[in-house]
Structure formats: structure tokens, C-alpha cells
Design a protein around this ligand. Structure first.
Ligand SMILES: [Zn+2]
Length: 262
């Protein structure tokens, strides 16, 4: 598994638990459990994200009450995951749909509602974002892109969800249409306001890298066992005997519980 993927999972863990020690622990346990499944790296990241979310939903009380003054941490775990994945990891709607078990359109409509909601809590009253609920093109001409107020094209533009041809059409149209250009400008203000409200995990240089590499080695060790000739049950037994790691045991128990509940 690539270090970039591990970094994405770390960011997600941090947004879900906030506390860096707890978030690292939960991410490591989840990876150890998901490593037992024989999946491609891309799917492992998605499965691990879904598992982190399921666990965070059951541990919401672990967020320090003082943090609840921050509008971002008042959001539901799935809302925080959605924003971090879209803004910081640049995941596509298709990938988010797989992680959340939603339809792709649902990803877009939920993201829009959420962005408007979050931005409305931080808007400067002296300089309001023009009518947050309708950051679209108010006067639409026949040549303008179709505007859906629940899933506006302006949001899809910043999430880079248009096919190349469609994006080219919009870019050409923007050169000739003041209304659509100003609609896109309002959406840009909203988009970057929301982005500024999403905390970034503090970077700790070489310590972070060492932590990620350790996770990577652990993960590869588990995958090596799973891909060998022995059955996963034998591999699990072998690995449990080989290590005294409390984290691993907790991770395996989580995995078993997760499989039973799934
Ligand atoms: Zn237009």
C-alpha cells in the first residue's frame, strides 16, 4: 500500500477522532483488520474508510466537548469524512459513493447541502455570500448549462466532476455569459470558505513519515501471510503467536466484530 494512501487514511482518522494518538490507534487497528481481506489497494483504502466511519459513529462521545464550539466538529462523522475526502483528498463522487454506500447523485446533493450549512455558520455579516441557498445562475438563458439547485453544476465544476467535453463547453460558455461567470464566482467563495473550515492534521515531518512507514510494514506483513499458502485462519493464528502487539489483537477483534455485524 502506498504511503499516500496511508496519509489519506490518517487525515480521515484525524477528522473523525481529532485526538492524534487515538486517531493513529484506530487507523492502525482498522488497517490490520482490513489487511486480512484480499483486495486491491484502492479497495482497501475504501473499505478501511468505511470501517473507520462505522467505528467513529459508535464513538462520537470521544470528541472533547471543548471542540464542539468548532462548527466542523459539530458535524456528523459521515459529514466530516465527506468534506475531508472531497476537499483534501480530492476523491471522486464515484469513490465516495462506494465508501458511503450512497448513489453518486446523493454524494453531490449531500455535499452541496452540507457546504451551504457549514458556510452559513462562518459568513461575515458585513460581507455575506450572496444568498447561500441559491448560489446558482439566477437568470438562465437557453444556452446556459442546466442548473439544479440541489446539485448545481457550479459545485461539480470545483469538484472536477464534469467529463472533459462538458467542462470545455462550460469554459467556453463562461467567456460569453456574465451570469454564469458570477454564479461560478459565488460558488468559488463558498467552496473556499468551507475548505478553510476543515482542519488539517498537524504535520510532524519525519515522525509522521516514520509512523506511516511502520503502518506500511505492518500492513505488508499481514498481507504476506494472507497471500501465502496457509488459510486466513491459520495465518491469523500464526500472526497472533508471532506478536505481542495489543494493537493487532484489538484490530483483529474489531475486524471479527465488524464482519459479524456486517
Ligand atoms: Zn450562462
Amino acid at each position: 500500500m502506498r504511503v499516500e494512501d496511508l496519509r489519506s487514511l490518517s487525515q480521515i482518522g484525524q477528522a473523525l477522532w481529532v485526538d492524534p494518538v487515538l486517531s493513529r490507534q484506530r487507523t492502525a487497528e482498522t488497517l490490520q483488520a482490513v489487511g486480512l481481506l484480499q483486495l486491491a489497494d484502492e479497495r482497501i483504502v475504501e473499505r478501511a474508510s468505511s470501517a473507520l466511519l462505522a467505528r467513529a459513529r459508535s464513538e462520537r462521545e470521544l470528541i472533547a466537548p471543548a471542540l464542539l464550539s468548532d462548527p466542523f466538529f459539530r458535524l456528523l462523522p459521515e459529514e466530516r469524512l465527506l468534506l475531508v475526502a472531497l476537499h483534501q483528498e480530492r476523491w471522486s463522487y464515484r469513490r465516495m459513493a462506494r465508501v458511503m454506500n450512497w448513489a453518486e447523485d446523493e454524494v453531490a446533493t449531500r455535499a452541496w447541502k452540507l457546504r451551504v450549512h457549514l458556510a452559513s455558520q462562518r459568513v461575515d455579516p458585513r460581507k455575506p455570500l450572496a444568498s447561500l441557498g441559491a448560489v446558482g445562475a439566477p437568470t438562465r438563458k437557453a444556452s446556459c448549462p442546466e442548473f439544479d439547485p440541489l446539485n448545481p453544476w457550479t459545485q461539480r465544476f470545483f469538484d472536477e466532476e464534469h467529463a472533459p467535453r462538458e467542462r470545455l463547453f462550460i469554459q467556453n460558455h463562461l467567456m460569453a455569459c456574465d451570469d454564469c461567470r458570477s454564479a461560478l464566482g459565488r460558488c468559488r467563495d463558498l467552496y473556499y470558505l468551507v475548505e478553510s473550515m476543515i482542519p488539517r492534521a498537524p504535520e510532524n515531518g519525519s515522525a509522521d513519515m516514520a509512523q506511516l512507514q511502520r503502518l506500511q510494514r505492518e500492513f505488508q506483513k499481514i498481507q504476506g501471510l494472507v497471500r501465502s499458502e496457509v488459510s486466513w485462519r491459520q495465518a491469523l493464528g500464526l500472526y497472533l503467536r508471532r506478536t505481542d502487539s495489543q494493537l493487532l489483537i484489538a484490530g483483529v477483534l474489531t475486524w471479527i466484530a465488524w464482519k459479524l455485524l456486517a
